[in-house]
Design a binder for this molecule. Structure first.
Ligand code: NZQ
Ligand code: ZN
Length: 385
């Protein structure tokens, strides 16, 4: 196991009716920006619960944060925070709204061009406003991590930043608030969380037994409960298990002391930036193809994954690796996510474009062994055509 420092300060309020906890979680004198997306929270009662819990606090609202939150939209929220001297950010929505809140919390106090927050991957951040979140879409893990991803459509860019200053101080996870999710979005959430585990687990063994067994447990919960919750939206227990699994998939715990990959995410973000494809759908395309390309480098972990997660014990190593990769592709497809670029009407030429974008930003050696070059990225995407 490698050395690590583990820190996760986010307090979680989990379960039915927990939005009421906002009443005590937020200081009475807080000057709050309620940040939201396109309006789903107005139709499912979440907005009313939030406003009720906030009581007489000073609250201003900013609606309109898009899926894949846009830099220019978020900068309007930053202006509002500065102008009105707000001092708490309260995102109510999915990963995009939570990520948007992290950017707003960081940019509001940033001296200099806020775009640098993203181009420096968060390294230049010295302070940020406190965040408390209400999550309505499980999947990204944004509710209990220090990462955010922001798109800038005018530049066709999608960049992430990470800094402990933007951990939410608390997050409310009430599975019932997610019952109104369309099938496509909950399927995306399950697939995203599943991929987060794979990116931290399918690398090479470092005898990190707690992390491995924990990662396998989260995968198995998503495999068991994911399809149930996609088909039966109001099954509280299935949904609750998926919500909690998604938090643990990316709250830092399973990634401690182990090598990590993240190249599927890096490649996927380029596909979203160029074509607007849903984040999880990019992953469903890239991950199976990447595993095939990296099958030798990842062989030991693929065999462990095949056996412990999918129960594959028959056949030689090559055959079991094939089956493990096949099971992964089938899992995405069973959730309703297509795993080929052609299903999304994306041409094979996109392979060269994505490779070129990664090269231009200096991401020329990615993956846990730094052996995924732009040429390899191109091969991965051509094989996913
Ligand atoms: O905008 P509203 O009207 O709220 O509708 C949203 C949106 O259209 C809707 N929705 C959310 N909760 C709902 C609901 N509809 C009905 N009922 C509800 N309860 O769902 C749509 C998609 O929402 P979005 O927030 O975009 O989805 P998701 O949570 O999948 O977030 C995706 C973003 O997170 C980033 C992605 O790159 C992408 O930009 N990620 C963030 C990560 C992180 N912070 O650690 C890691 C991830 O790998 C990911 O990259
Ligand atoms: Zn993701």
């Amino acid at each position: 196991m490698e050395n690590f420092t583990y820190f996760n300060p986010t307090k979680i309020y989990f379960g039915r009716g927990q939005i009421a906890s906002l009443g005590t979680a937020l200081p009475a004198e807080a000057r709050v920006l309620l940040l939201a997306g396109g309006g789903s929270i107005r139709h499912n009662g979440v907005y009313d619960q939030v406003r009720h819990a906030l009581g007489r606090r000073h609250v201003l609202e900013f609606f309109g944060v898009e899926a894949n939150p846009d830099y220019d939209t978020l900068m309007k929220a930053v202006d509002l925070v500065r102008r009105e001297q707000l001092d708490w950010i309260l995102p109510v929505g999915g990963g995009s709204v939570l990520d948007g809140a992290k950017f707003v919390a960081a940019a509001a106090r940033y001296e200099g061009d806020p775009w640098e927050i993203l181009t420096s991957f968060g390294s230049k951040l010295k302070t940020a406003l406190p965040i408390g979140a209400v999550l309505t879409l499980p999947g990204t893990g944004s509710e209990a991590n220090a990462a955010a991803v922001v798109s800038r459509r005018t530049h066709q860019e999608k960049l992430a930043f990470i800094n402990p200053l933007v951990f939410p101080q608390f997050s409310v996870l009430d599975p019932e608030t997610t019952f109104t999710l369309p099938e496509r979005q909950i399927a995306n959430g399950v697939a995203d969380a599943f991929t987060h585990v794979l990116e931290q687990y399918l690398t090479f063994p470092t005898r990190a037994a707690v992390q491995d067994r924990f990662a396998e447990a989260v995968l198995k919960v998503l495999i068991e409960e994911g399809p149930v919750t996609v088909r039966d939206a109001k099954n509280y227990d299935a949904r609750a298990n998926v919500v909690w699994a998604a938090t643990w998939a990316l709250n830092g715990a399973i990634g401690t002391g182990v090598p990590q990959d993240w190249s599927s995410h890096m490649i996927g973000h380029e596909l979203t930036a160029l074509h607007g494809l849903d984040h999880a759908r990019t992953l469903a395309v890239v991950m199976p193809s990447l595993l095939r390309e990296q099958r030798n480098q990842k062989a030991a972990k693929l065999l462990q994954y095949g056996e412990r997660v999918w129960g594959l014990r028959e056949g030689d190593d090559d055959a079991r690796i094939d089956l493990a990769i096949g099971a992964t592709r089938t899992f995405y497809e069973s959730l309703g996510l297509a795993t080929r670029l052609s299903h999304y009407q994306l041409p094979a030429t996109i392979a060269g474009t994505v490779a070129g974008k990664l090269r231009a930003r200096g991401a020329t050696r990615i993956g846990e062994r730094s052996d995924i070059t732009p040429e390899v990225v191109e091969r991965i995407l051509l094989a996913a055509a």
